[in-house]
Write a protein that binds this ligand. Structure first.
Ligand code: HEC
Length: 257
């Protein structure tokens, strides 16, 4: 054991401490902004609003969701429709003229809008759904149908893009945590506690970064990205706040030399 007292933030001149507090606050503010950026960036991968796990899976693994209309028709719903009409609807939905042919007058009675009007609308109108025989799902207007007609095929970012992004993110995020950890042990707060937070955040970051690649193969690993990234973020904020607190609080009794 050396006799030199450990370097403490509170033994630094007050302005120096304020400077450190300002830098750490800026750093945390930067993370809030990248959090927002993340939201906007991944938001629309799965075409449903908000950042969902499917957006993350879409970004790192890709998502294929068949069109709900095709699934319903293929599964034999509704039982009342004639086979020829079911086949006509499926041909239309699987083709690449879905929006053009929806109410194509040239198709006459075979136009999808006609078949749907005759075979589906008794149960699928807007504002239906009371007695349980009618569906919440509306097929009344093209707007309604368009959403159900599309198969979603979200491709993940290519390996080069993931690598480009990671070569910036991994070192930067690791260095941020290292810096905060070092500043953290220079505060008046328990080193053991800071150590536990650094440990958890470090593991979280590792899992997050490895997850970018693992999720390409294993979609379920997207949850690990979220949890790992979340633990890293919580750790950063926690230690950051402790450092700011330590810099702002009065120095109190200085460690005796
Ligand atoms: C006799 C009433 C009835 C008829 C006719 C009918 N449906 Fe349905 N449909 C339902 C009910 C009830 C549900 C399930 C409840 C729900 O999802 O709201 C349903 C569910 C669906 C769904 C699933 C929506 C989802 O949640 O993904 C689709 C798609 C659908 N119907 C398409 C059609 C099409 C296309 C036709 C015409 C070819 C049709 N339905 C005719 C009653 C009907």
């Amino acid at each position: 054991m050396s006799n030199t007292p450990p370097m403490m933030l509170r033994s630094l001149p007050y302005l120096f401490r304020l400077g450190i507090a300002g830098l750490v606050i800026t750093l945390l503010g930067g993370y809030v902004v990248s959090g927002l950026h993340l939201r906007w960036h991944y938001d629309n991968r799965d075409e449903s609003p908000g950042l969902t796990i499917n957006d993350i899976i879409g970004a790192y693994h890709g998502v294929q969701t068949p069109s709900p209309l095709i699934s319903a028709l293929e599964s034999g719903h509704p039982e009342t429709i004639q086979d020829s009409e079911r086949a006509a609807l499926l041909d239309w939905l699987r083709g690449d003229r879905v929006s053009q042919d929806y109410d194509n007058l040239d198709l006459g009675d075979e136009a999808p809008s006609e078949i749907i009007a005759v075979s589906c609308l008794e149960c699928h109108t807007r504002g239906g759904a009371d007695d349980g025989t009618r569906s919440q799902v509306s097929l009344e207007y093209w707007d309604d149908i368009q959403k159900l007609a599309d198969s979603k095929d979200i491709q993940p970012a290519g390996p080069e893009i993931v690598a480009t992004s990671q070569h910036v993110h991994a070192p930067m995020m690791a260095i941020v945590m290292l810096t905060l950890g070092l500043l953290g042990v220079m505060t008046r707060f328990s080193n053991r506690m800071i150590g536990v937070v650094v440990f958890i955040a470090g593991c979280g970051l590792l899992v997050d970064m490895a997850g970018w690649w693992i999720t390409r193969e294993v979609a379920g690993f997207a949850y690990a990205i979220v949890i790992g990234g979340g633990l890293y973020a919580i750790g950063t904020v926690l230690i950051g706040c402790l450092i700011v607190l330590d810099c702002a609080l009065p120095a109190g009794k200085r460690p005796s030399a």
